[in-house]
Structure formats: C-alpha cells, structure tokens
Design a protein. Structure first.
Length: 405
C-alpha cells in the first residue's frame, strides 16, 4: 500500500485530516492548546497571522487536531452512529443537529478565523448531534450528576429526610443507567473530595472570627456569649438542623461582618478566636482550576469539577428568610451531617467544612460540627482572644468595615 493511500485511510478512520499549515500560540485563546503549540513549535513564521520571530513560534496544526477531535467526539456524534431515531424519514430531534463550525464554537474553540474555519473543514463529517459517549440519549457525566443532585434535593425536601438509602428508581424506559441514589451521590462527593485533595487541616492557632449583633450599651466578653448557641436552642442554619449547635466562623473579620451585619444603623461585637486544636475539614474553597475541554488526559477530572462547582454553589447560595429557610437549608444540612457522622476520610469523619462566602467575593467561611461530648467541649476546640464593639450608623461606615477592617 502506498504512503498516500495509507494516510488517506488513516484520515478516513479517524474522521479528520489536518491542514498542512503551522500556527502560533497567539492565534488561539484556549491555554491548553496554546501550550501545545509552544511545546511543539518548530517554525519561525505563523501561516495565519503572519507573525515572525528568530525563534520557533509556530507548530503544525496537526498537533491540535487530536485534542480538538477528542472534545468534538466527546460532546457530539453524527446522527446515524448516535442511534438517533427517524420518523417518516426525518430525524427525531433533528432541530438540534448542527454543523461542525457551530459545534466547535459551542466548545469555545476561539481563535484566528481562518484557523477555526480550516479546522472545521478538516472533519469529514459535517452534521453533529449533541450527546455524550456517542449515544443520542447520553449526557456528560457532570450533567448526570447534576440530575442526581436535583433528585437528592427533591427527595430530602419533599419525600424522605432520614431514610434515603434505597436506589433511585428508573422511571424512563429509555434510561439505560440507573441514576445515583441520594446516599450514593453523597459517597461519590466524598470520594471525589478525597481524590482532589480537598480534605485539609486547619492548624491549632488558626485565627477565626465571629460577629454578633448587640444593642446599645450591651457588651459581650465571653465565649459563652459569642460562641455557638447552647445545645437544643440553635435555630436552623445553613449547615445545622434546628436544635443541633454548630460553630459558624469566618476566616477574616471583613467576611464575618459581611455575613452578619444588616443595614445601618447597627451595633456589633467582633470576636477574634483561635483554634486550640487541629481540625480536619472539607475545604470547598480549594477546588483546582477546571481543565480545558480539549485536555483528554484530564477529561474525567473536568467532569468532576464542573459538577462540584455547581454543588458548592447550590449549598452556599443565599436563602431567602421567608419562613421556608428551614426547608431550603435541608440539603446542605444533610450533606453536613453525612460528612460529620458517616463518611470516613482515612478512617475518620470530618470536624467541619470551609466554604465560600455568598455575600463577599473571596471571603471564606468555616463551620465546625459539634465536638464529641465524650472527649471534648467547645472550649477545647476554640478560645476567645479579644472582642471589639463597633457602631455602624451609616452605609459608609459599614462599607469601610467590610472592605478595610
């Protein structure tokens, strides 16, 4: 077999044939693809933008085709091979079929117009149906997990709060995979957190902050006044059910103030605390960056992180205090209790969760679960260092406190 025919057969089998040109990293926006160009650069002039250099700056477009094809084939398939059914000769759901250029645009292959056009033209197929795993009813993993989370929320809000161990039913005859049950989803989240290194330690001596509103002339001076409410008296919170006292804190005083202070005028006590012991927490602020959609080696991690980002948003978003917060907080309360009582990380449950503030960009909150009453009390976990009282009579005073304090 001749080399030309062999190359043609290979291109037919893989579904694309690369343009015989070179491109520099400035002609693409995706950082992963740009790094591929830098790593494989062997030409001093880019065929697309015309840029020149004394050093090699451009690489064959061929080095980009495999990762671009991976992303395309992971999210689309031609209708026939995807098993898309027909009705009277017409594709069912045919309105979702798209062209290669539009499919690549949905994957955010952004760059030099001529490059993107030629990459699109390099694929032998030009009709694509959006799906995962080459099957018309399949969704990407993060979407499937999103459905499982929605099922979890629905279950614990409206069906069963304490006994949700049973597998989720398959209601749709077209479903070929059973969705995760609530308990299976929680275990999956815990295992994913371990794999991503999100279980970390807060060292003894770590500074944390709490804020409590107080009236004129009222001074707080003890941990009993500024710490968690007594057992049995705690109201429902983001992470704790009513009656079970958790310790909510922020990792800086500005975030603590932003989380608690209402509109002025108001008066508040700002307590500076120190951890007296090391505590292991699930750090939901430590997610790594989401890999590029074109990075085949980290495709699974991308799916995990896409879902976890949605999950973290769901359990940390503000809840309207309209009397229904005791229901809207239930999903995050169940998550917290699962990690404090059930899931084991290296043989131990967690002591708390660190999570992003919903009211201050970049702010971090932490919640500690109740210490084991057989071995510790709250005073063994945290100690009060100092208390300051402030009056905020105007919006400007409040803004400066949250921004500068």
């Amino acid at each position: 077999m001749g080399l030309v025919k062999a190359a043609w057969l290979e291109a037919e089998e893989r579904g694309w044939d690369a343009p015989d040109k070179v491109v520099c990293d400035r002609c693409l926006e995706d950082e992963y693809l740009r790094q591929l160009i830098v790593d494989n650069a062997d030409h001093k002039r880019c065929d697309y933008c015309g840029r020149r250099s004394k050093q090699a700056i451009a690489a064959p477009v061929e080095v980009l085709m495999a990762p671009i094809a991976h992303a395309l084939y992971s999210h689309f398939a031609d209708p026939a091979s995807a098993g898309l059914p027909r009705d009277d000769g017409e594709w069912v759901g045919g309105e979702a079929i798209t062209y290669t250029l539009d499919a690549l645009d949905s994957l955010r292959l952004n760059g030099h117009e001529d490059l993107v056009d030629e990459v699109a033209g390099a694929f032998s197929n030009d009709a694509w149906y959006p799906c995962a795993n080459g099957y018309w009813l399949d969704d990407p993993k993060h979407v499937e997990l999103g459905y499982a989370w929605e099922g979890f929320v629905h279950a614990v809000k409206t069906k069963t709060r304490y006994f949700f161990q049973q597998p989720a039913p398959v209601d749709n005859e077209f479903d070929h995979q059973r969705p995760l049950s609530p308990l299976e989803l929680l275990k999956w989240i815990g295992d994913a957190a371990s794999d991503l290194g999100l279980v970390n330690s807060m060292a003894a001596g770590t500074a944390v902050f709490r804020v409590r509103l107080c009236g004129a002339g009222v001074e707080f001076a003890s941990l009993e006044e500024l710490g968690p409410p007594p057992t049995g008296l705690a109201g429902a919170g983001r992470m704790n059910p009513p009656g079970i006292s958790y310790l909510y804190m922020a990792l800086d005083s500005q975030t603590a103030l932003a989380e608690v202070l209402p509109r002025p005028p108001c008066r508040a006590a700002v307590a500076s605390l120190r951890l007296r012991t090391e505590v292991r927490v699930l750090d939901l602020t430590a997610l790594p960056d989401i890999p590029s959609i074109f990075d085949e080696d980290r495709a699974d991690q991308r799916q995990v992180l896409l879902f976890l980002g949605r999950f973290i948003h769901a359990i940390t978003q503000p809840v309207l205090r309209d009397g229904r917060e005791h229901i809207d907080y239930v999903p995050s309360q169940v998550v917290s209790e699962y990690f404090s009582q059930v899931h084991r990380f290296d043989g131990h449950c967690l002591a708390g969760i660190v999570y992003p503030s919903a009211v201050r960009d970049g702010g971090k909150n932490a919640v500690l679960f109740p210490p084991d009453p057989r071995n510790a009390r709250w005073t063994d976990v945290v100690g009060l260092q100092s208390v300051q009282h402030f009056d905020y009579s105007r919006w400007g005073d409040l803004a400066r406190a949250i921004r500068d304090k």
